[in-house]
Write a protein that binds this ligand. Structure first.
Ligand code: AMP
Length: 289
């Protein structure tokens, strides 16, 4: 027999806080999964992980305007809320927190706190999406203040975002544990993303070359005579994707995100890329540990 679950839907902090306070008083452990909705198996994997470690799992859906540096992208962002609720219910998530924009930004969007995120706010995603991580840091801080969870679950799909959130948490001195979860992929290898629904059928297939390239580079890394030649090969393969514009392909130290010149045994690294395919911006990465 399949289990049946309840999903509490709270649209305001006023509803959310008393519920969570009661649970916390009873010693329940709270896990938090912030999302922008249009949920897929990648998001659900975070809920599943949280369920194994926490008594209460809170998922938030908030399409955060301050992290979009492209108005069209924000406008086109999918918002299938009914479907999302069905997925959360089936996954056994306890609470869906669905705040309004006014609840998160009561003083309006321009009054963002400026975080010193250092190098993480200069390279890779930050270089191509100015202001993006300030928006991310601000929204996650505001959400964490409302949920006050024990553990925060984040996907490695947004690799640099995890570093940024770690930094913000350090700056704000928030007592919370971060769990980073593996990338969930389609059978083709394409990293699941809410933006994938905007790809045409052809582009969807073509986009699988992104992960194939990353896996190829990892597998053959010792056959290249330098990281420079490895990058050149990767760039060539990615640029060959029809209707694509490559933004970056970089090989970096996993912790600092500084580019590396050689692979060092015992020092984890990561290959990261961002590429537009069929007018949709896709990101992916693979870890080399
Ligand atoms: P988003 O809704 O895109 O803001 O993502 C919400 C959370 O889900 C973030 O922590 C993402 O890194 C994570 N996530 C998104 N896609 C995937 C995926 N394919 N696999 C694992 N986690 C993911």
């Amino acid at each position: 027999m399949s289990e049946t679950f309840n999903l509490y839907l709270f649209k305001s902090e006023k509803q959310l806080t008393p519920f969570l306070q009661k649970e916390k008083k009873e010693g329940k452990k709270i896990g938090f999964v912030p999302t922008m909705g249009a949920l897929h198996r990648g998001h659900i994997s975070l809920i599943d992980k949280a369920k194994t470690e926490c008594d209460i799992v809170v998922c938030s859906i908030f399409v955060n305007p301050t992290q979009f540096n492209n108005a069209k992208d924000l406008e086109k962002y999918p918002r299938p809320i009914e479907h999302d609720m069905e997925m959360l219910l089936a996954a056994g998530c306890t609470v869906l927190y669905l705040p309004s924009s006014n609840e998160i930004y009561p003083e309006g969007k321009p009054l963002l706190k400026e975080y010193d995120l250092g190098y993480f706010d200069k390279v890779l995603e930050a270089a191509f999406r100015p202001g993006h991580f300030q928006g991310v840091a601000n929204v996650v801080f505001r959400l964490l203040k409302k949920v006050e969870s024990d553990i925060l679950y984040l996907g490695r799909k947004d690799f640099q975002q995890i570093q940024v959130i770690r930094k913000m948490i350090e700056i704000e001195k928030i007592p919370i544990l971060i769990e980073s979860c593996e990338i969930v992929r389609e059978a083709s290898g394409l990293a699941m993303s809410s933006r994938n629904v905007r790809l045409s059928e052809d582009a969807w297939h073509n986009a699988s070359v992104i992960s194939q390239t990353l896996f190829f580079l990892v597998e053959k890394r010792n056959e290249f005579n330098s990281i420079k030649t490895l990058r050149t090969e990767g760039i060539k393969r990615l640029k060959a994707i029809p209707d694509s514009i490559l933004e970056y392909l970089e090989v970096c130290d996993e912790e600092t995100l500084r580019p590396i010149e050689i692979f060092i045994e015992g020092k984890p690294s990561v290959i990261l890329t961002a590429i537009w395919v069929d007018g949709v911006r896709l990101i992916d990465n693979v870890l080399i540990s």
